[in-house]
Design a protein around this ligand. Structure first.
Ligand code: CIZ
Ligand code: SF4
Length: 310
């Protein structure tokens, strides 16, 4: 039995359920969380739909089970609520691959460029950005920028390269950031799964390498991959993104065969959140996320510009 199949300890779940009502807490979880955390969440989705769902909920406390930039995004869209993260050490290495100082230097090298930042970035970086994007809307965001204007795309080189391929734009300046988890997915992993099920549809996240992306039948964000499996007439699917997403897909499609591309596609940061930490978080109202107001208002504008586009 893999850890993905471990049943959630009933007592922990019961204590979380009692406390969440007392605290008037709304629990949001990312598609990459461990199954038992996804299963106790009020909402499971990608970073943006999580933050938007929280904004609509009647709650005093928003508990974000994801990584730090997701908790920051939730705070930006829920400024008057207490936003908590179960483990403050759950960061995203890709988001850390660009600092505000590095972005300031890059902007001074490309003063005419529009800065597009993937949501996988800090609030400080978002605040220095013209517009944000997610993996679901990056193509639309880039297409909204006049074709003659250069674009500085940060921090994910793979997503930026995918967008350049889709839009045919040659004036996108890429930043050399990457997701260590998605880059661990190799062409040979897809080949191995394909030899198991040659009829399977190959679904790939745009954070994967070019070689892997070019083997895909479908490239999309986690929400797009989840939707595609539900809508596709095929019976088997190879899922080339972080393995947590297979939990939702299997729950929604019990009669389809879901092949996780590789056990290596595991984000250790996402997996820092556990039911125990969720409980501690609700007991002690830890760990609150704060974003200084001047940073928050600039970062919020970059997110709102994105929301106006897609
Ligand atoms: O925006 C997100 O939630 C991320 C990081 C991935 C995705 O494709 O949903
Ligand atoms: Fe960051 Fe990659 Fe983990 Fe997502 S899967 S949180 S991009 S390291």
């Amino acid at each position: 039995m893999t850890s993905l199949e471990r049943p959630a300890p009933a007592e922990l779940v019961e204590r979380i359920n009692r406390l969440r009502h007392r605290r008037r807490a709304y629990i949001i979880a990312h598609n990459y969380q461990v199954p038992e955390v996804q299963d106790i969440a009020d909402f499971v989705g990608d970073s943006l739909t999580m933050a938007r769902a929280a904004a609509k909920a009647e709650a005093e406390v928003v508990l974000v089970c994801g990584v730090h930039f997701m908790a920051e995004t939730a705070k930006l869209l829920n400024p008057d609520r207490t936003v908590l993260e179960p483990d403050p050490h759950a960061g995203c290495p890709m988001a850390d691959m660009i600092t505000p100082k590095e972005l300031a230097e890059a902007k001074s090298r490309h003063p005419d460029a529009a800065v597009v930042a993937y949501v996988n970035s800090s609030a400080d970086v978002k605040a220095m950005t013209d517009v944000c994007c997610t993996s679901a809307n990056a193509v639309a965001v880039v297409q909204s920028i006049p074709p003659e204007r250069p674009i500085l795309f940060v921090p994910d080189e793979s997503l930026g390269e995918y967008v350049a391929e889709k839009t045919g734009r040659r004036n996108i300046i890429l930043w050399p950031g990457f997701c260590p988890t998605h880059h661990r997915i190799l062409a040979e992993h897809i080949e191995a799964r394909r030899s198991q099920r040659p009829d399977a549809e190959v679904l790939v996240h745009p954070e994967c390498t070019r070689e892997v992306r070019h083997m895909a039948d479908f490239v999309g964000s986690t929400s797009q991959i989840i939707r595609r499996v539900a809508e596709s007439p095929r019976r088997a699917f190879i899922i080339a993104t972080e393995l947590g997403v297979c939990h939702t897909i299997r729950k929604q499609n019990p009669t389809k065969t879901i092949l996780q591309v590789s056990r290596l596609a595991d984000c250790p940061n996402m997996k820092l959140n556990t039911l125990e930490k969720v409980l501690w978080s609700l007991e002690d109202l830890v760990h609150p996320v704060t974003v200084p107001e001047d940073t928050a208002s600039a970062a919020r504008q970059a997110i709102e510009r994105m929301l106006a586009i897609s």
